[in-house]
Design a protein around this ligand. Sequence first.
Ligand SMILES: Nc1ncnc2c1ncn2[C@@H]1O[C@H](COP(=O)(O)OP(=O)(O)OP(=O)(O)O)[C@@H](O)[C@H]1O
Ligand SMILES: Nc1nc2c(ncn2[C@@H]2O[C@H](COP(=O)(O)O)[C@@H](O)[C@H]2O)c(=O)[nH]1
Length: 204
Amino acid sequence: MQEKGLLIVLSGPSGVGKGTVRKEIFSQEDTAFEYSISMTTRAPRQGEVNGVDYFFKTREEFEALIKQGKLLEYAEFVGNYYGTPVDYVQETLNKGKDVFLEIEVEGAKQVREKFPDGLFIFLVPPSLSELKKRIVTRGTESEEVINNRMNAAKEEIEMMHLYDYVVENDKVENAVEKIKAIVIAEHLRRERVEPKYKRMLEVN
Ligand SMILES: Nc1ncnc2c1ncn2[C@@H]1O[C@H](COP(=O)(O)OP(=O)(O)OP(=O)(O)O)[C@@H](O)[C@H]1O
Ligand SMILES: Nc1nc2c(ncn2[C@@H]2O[C@H](COP(=O)(O)O)[C@@H](O)[C@H]2O)c(=O)[nH]1
C-alpha cells in the first residue's frame, strides 16, 4: 500500500510572510508538495485569481460548504470565513503526496484534532513593529483592517506553543531553509526517506 503523505501546516500572524515563504519553497521544490488552495469569503485583492490564490465564495456558498461537511477546518478571521477543502487534502495525502496548508491558528487547532500526526510550524516576525511594517508595505488592506489584523496577531503569537516548530522569518531565504530542513527531518523521523535524501545516507 502506498504510504500517506505528510500534512504540513504553516501558521503565523497576518503579514509575517507565510505566502512569500511558501511560494519560495514551492519554486525550489515544485514536485515535493501540493498546496491546498483555501476557500474564502474575502474579496479578491488586485491580481488574485480564483482557483489559484483562493476559491472565492459568497457567505451563503461558504455556509453551504460547512453544512455539507466539505471543509476539513474553517474559521472566521477579521470578518471573513476561510476554510480548507477536505476532499482535496484527503485525496492528495492518499496519493502519498505531502500537502501544505497555510492557515490561521483556530483552523490549525481543528486540523490538529483530526491529524495529530501533522507537522505544525509557526512563522514569527522579528518584532511586532516589523510585522506592521510588512502589512502596511504590502498595501492590500485598509488602516482599519490592518489594526484588526495586528490585534489578532498578538493573540495568535500567544498560541505559538501549540506548534511543533517556531521559525523566525527574518530573511525569506533563512525561513525557507529552516522549513525545508524541518520537513526533511520529519520524513527521516517517520522513516519515509525520499530517494534524493536516501543518497545522503548511503555508506560505500
Ligand atoms: N523576510 C521578509 N522580510 C521583509 N519583508 C517580507 C519578508 N517576508 C515577507 N515580506 C513581505 O511582507 C509582506 C507580507 O507577506 P505575505 O503576504 O507573504 O504575508 P502572509 O503571512 O502570507 O500574510 P497574510 O496572512 O495576510 O496572507 C509582503 O509585502 C512580503 O513581500
Ligand atoms: N483557518 C484558515 N485560515 C486560512 C485559510 N486560508 C488562509 N487562511 C488564513 O487567513 C488569514 C488571512 O488571509 P488573507 O489571505 O486574507 O491575508 C491568514 O492568516 C491566512 O493564513 C484556511 O483555509 N483556513
